[in-house]
Design a protein around this ligand. Structure first.
Ligand code: ATP
Length: 340
């Protein structure tokens, strides 16, 4: 299913057309103690596509509906508990940075950390993680490596988690980012991907030659994976784009391209943007929009400073330098923060 920006005839007549989910667009609520920018508030927000899907049919037919969902309730004192699965590769260090940033910004979220050891064949860890998501309703996760050396009955942990929790819709919003040099500009594509099935067509050629023509792409699972990775590449790479998985009852946020980044793990060089923007989607899902807007704005601000570009963007900035820059940017706008 595609929606093109122009009225070009679609060569995917087997796919229905969908309206683009409306942006949050409304005037940004005030960030805690400081001004949130409507621009940062209105993009990458989970709200337009957070479970407005009442069932599978609705997920593919009415993704434009205005959200009416109720997020998991806050506990006494207004705090939310969120499952955090650090995952493999760069996942643990990025998860630490999200925790550090949330603490710094006094975000009313407590993480329940569940480590999953993907090197063992036992499913105990992943079952504990699934149980924790059932309890909390929502999770932030790093990607779990699929161990191909284990016996054939071994199932991908990522897959097990998505299918068990019936997270049937994956949503990835690929937008050209300020300060990130790319061949194509003005890209703004919402990819909505079925998370359990698969088929191939041949859209990728059109996508790389003129990505601006696409607005919303609703994709089956396997092909959605190809298209998501291409789109992430078009706007600057896997370190930049967040992703979300929604079912009727649960939501799990992660890096859009689901890389583990094993080769750059523990080197303080990973680009934290995708994971931090995923944490903003999580905050929007919890209707903590002001915190989401505040963090998102600072993350985008860091991208406009080339000294804060990590090596994937051709720069020399380290992960921790970027995160500290983001903290300082937030602090400078005046909200309540703890000392760095
Ligand atoms: P794997 O099986 O390890 O997941 P993969 O090829 O699917 O392999 P990765 O190797 O994890 O994916 O990532 C692909 C490329 O993207 C790698 O070069 C990795 O360094 C890079 N990459 C992924 N995430 C980030 C990030 N957050 N910041 C910088 N580079 C990243």
């Amino acid at each position: 299913m595609l929606r093109r920006r122009s009225s070009l005839p679609s060569d995917s007549s087997h796919l229905a057309t969908s309206s683009r989910p409306s942006r949050v667009g409304e005037e940004a609520e005030k960030a805690p103690g400081g001004g949130a920018n409507a621009w940062a508030h209105g993009i990458w927000s989970a709200e337009p596509t957070s479970p407005p899907f009442h069932n599978r049919a609705c997920a593919t037919a009415s993704c434009h509906q205005k959200s009416t969902y109720t997020p998991p309730p806050a506990q006494y004192g207004g705090r939310h508990t969120v499952t955090l699965i650090p995952g493999d590769g760069i996942g643990p260090e990025l998860a630490n940075h999200v925790q550090e940033l949330f603490r710094f910004c006094c975000v009313p979220v407590d993480f329940e950390v569940v480590n999953v050891d993907s090197s063992v064949s036992s499913e105990d860890d992943i079952n504990s993680a699934i149980m924790a998501i059932r309890r909390n309703g929502v999770a932030l996760k790093g990607n779990l490596e699929t161990n191909h050396n284990l016996p054939a009955f071994y199932k991908s942990r990522n897959n097990l988690l998505r299918t068990t929790l019936d997270l049937y819709a994956n949503v990835m919003h690929c937008r050209s980012l300020p300060g990130v040099p790319t061949r194509h500009h003005n890209i703004d594509i919402m990819i909505i991907r079925e998370n359990t099935e698969g088929e191939y067509s041949s859209l990728e050629h059109e996508l790389v030659s003129r990505p601006q023509q696409f607005d919303v792409m609703v994709m089956p699972n396997l092909y959605g994976n190809v298209v998501s990775n291409i789109c992430a590449g078009l706007v600057g790479g896997p370190g930049l784009v967040p992703g979300a998985n929604y079912g009727r009852d649960y939501a799990v946020f992660e890096m859009g391209t689901r890389n583990t980044g094993r080769s750059i793990a523990k080197r303080n060089v990973a680009n934290p943007t995708a994971m931090l923007l995923a944490s903003c989607l999580l905050l929007d899902h919890l209707k903590l929009h002001a915190y989401a807007a505040m963090i998102r704005q600072a993350v985008l601000c860091a991208l406009t400073d080339t000294r804060m570009h990590t090596q994937d963007l051709g720069g020399q900035g380290s992960t921790s330098e970027v995160v500290h820059f983001i903290m300082k940017a937030i602090q400078s706008t005046g909200p309540l923060t703890v000392s760095i």
